[in-house]
Design a protein around this ligand. Structure first.
Ligand code: ADE
Ligand code: ZN
Length: 357
C-alpha cells in the first residue's frame, strides 16, 4: 500500500463530503453488504456453496484478495443469488441510496444486471419494480435524484441480450429504465459482439443513455470500438484510454465522460495503487471523468471514500475539485434544471471552502 502523498485534513474531508457529487458507476448488486447478504440468505432459505465465505469476517478476507475481474465476478454472481423478492431488491437499493446521500451524493445513475436474476428464474418485473420503487422513495426521503441503467452481461450470448432488451421495451418506453450498459468479463467479449443490442435500443429510443464498460482490463481498442460501434456517449472505467493519444484527443473533443472507479481498480489488480491511475493526465487533457465506487460492498469504500483516496494521492485544489464535480454534473443524464440546481450547490460549497482549506 502506497503511503498517501497528500494529507486529507478534516476540513478537506468535510469539503469533499459537502461537495455535490454524482455517481455514474455503481452496480446495485455490488452494494450488497455481507450483513444483508447473510440476512437475505436466511430469509430466503438460500444455501450458499461450501466454498463461499460463511461470516462477515471471511467475506472481508476474500474481498481483499481478488486476483482479477473474473475472480471477483465469480464471487459476485453467487452473492446476488440471495436476491429473490421485490422487497429484497428494494432493501438493497434503499441501503445504497441512504449511504450515497450520507456521502453527499445528490444524483446517482445506477446499474443493475437483469440477466443475473433471470437465469435464476426471477421475473424481470420483480427486479425492476423493487429497484424503481427504491429510486422513487429515495427521492422522497433524501431528495436525491436517481436513474436506472440496465446492463447486459457480456459473457452471455448477444441473442440473450436481445431477448432481455425486447422484454424491457416497456420500461424504456415509460422512462423507468433510463440507460443501457455492458458489463462482466471484458477481455474475451469485445464490444463488437453487442452491436445489434445497442442498435435495437438506439433506433427505438434515441433519448436513452448509452454507456459500456471498456478499458478496465481490456486495452484502448475496447474503448474505441465501444465509441465507434456501440455509439456510446460515456465509457465506464476507460483507464486504458491513456494508451492512445489519438483516442484521448477524441474523448476530449467529444466531451466523453469516463466513469473512473479508483478503489475498484486497486482491488481488481488493474493498478497497484490509486497513484498509478491516469487521473491527472485526463484532468490536464480536459477529458471529463467522474469518480465512482463500482461495487462498494466488495471494494472497501463508497463514493466519498473514493474521493478521499484520490485527494490523498493527487492533492487537488478546491478549484480542481470544482471542475471535477461540474464535469460529473454535465455528464449526467438528468434534465437541465436539475443540473443547474446541482451547479448552484457546487458554487455555494466551493465559495464556502475556498478560504478554509
Ligand atoms: N460487474 C460488476 N462490477 C464490474 C466491473 N468492475 N467490471 C465489469 N463488470 C462488473
Ligand atoms: Zn462496473
Amino acid at each position: 500500500m502506497t503511503i498517501p502523498k497528500y494529507e486529507c485534513t478534516d476540513c478537506m474531508k468535510n469539503f469533499l463530503k459537502e461537495l455535490p457529487k454524482c455517481e455514474h458507476h455503481v452496480h446495485l448488486e455490488g452494494t450488497l453488504e455481507p450483513n444483508l447478504l447473510f440476512k437475505l440468505a436466511e430469509r430466503n432459505n438460500i444455501i450458499l456453496p461450501s466454498t463461499f465465505p460463511t461470516t462477515v469476517e471471511e467475506c472481508n478476507i476474500r474481498y481483499n484478495n481478488f486476483g482479477d475481474l473474473q475472480d471477483f465476478l465469480d464471487h459476485y454472481y453467487i452473492g446476488m443469488s440471495v436476491l429473490i423478492t421485490e422487497q429484497d431488491f428494494y432493501d438493497l437499493a434503499m441501503a445504497y441510496f441512504q449511504k450515497a446521500c450520507e456521502d453527499g451524493c445528490l444524483h446517482s445513475e445506477v446499474f443493475f444486471d437483469p440477466q443475473g436474476h433471470l437465469e435464476r428464474n426471477i421475473d424481470l418485473e420483480t427486479v425492476v419494480a423493487g429497484f424503481d420503487k427504491a429510486c422513487k422513495d429515495a427521492n422522497k426521503k433524501f431528495g436525491t435524484t436517481n436513474k436506472l441503467i440496465m446492463c447486459l452481461l457480456r459473457h452471455l450470448p448477444n441473442s440473450d441480450g436481445l431477448k432481455v432488451l425486447r422484454d424491457s421495451k416497456k420500461y424504456y418506453q415509460n422512462g423507468t429504465i433510463h440507460g443501457l450498459g455492458l458489463d462482466s468479463s471484458e477481455k474475451p467479449f469485445p464490444p463488437q459482439l453487442f452491436e445489434d443490442c445497442y442498435n435495437l435500443i438506439r433506433t427505438e429510443f434515441p433519448n436513452v443513455g448509452l454507456t459500456a464498460h471498456a478499458g478496465e482490463e481490456g486495452d484502448y481498442t475496447y474503448v474505441e470500438n465501444s465509441l465507434n460501434l456501440l455509439n456510446v456517449t460515456r465509457i465506464d472505467h476507460g483507464i486504458n484510454s491513456k494508451q492512445s493519444s489519438e483516442l484521448m484527443e477524441k474523448l476530449y473533443q467529444n466531451k466523453t465522460m469516463l466513469t473512473i472507479c479508483p478503489l475498484s481498480n486497486v482491488k481488481l489488480q488493474c493498478v497497484k495503487d490509486v497513484a498509478e491511475l491516469p487521473i491527472p493526465l485526463f484532468f490536464d487533457k480536459g477529458i471529463p471523468f467522474s469518480i465512482n465506487s463500482d461495487d462498494p460492498a466488495y471494494f472497501g469504500g463508497y463514493i466519498l471514500d473514493n474521493y478521499i483516496v484520490v485527494h490523498e494521492r493527487f492533492g487537488f485544489s478546491v478549484e480542481q475539485w470544482k471542475t471535477i464535480s461540474l464535469n460529473g454534473i454535465n455528464g449526467s443524464w438528468c434534465d437541465e434544471s436539475r443540473k443547474q440546481e446541482l451547479r448552484d450547490k457546487v458554487d455555494e460549497v466551493c465559495n464556502k471552502y475556498l478560504e478554509l482549506v
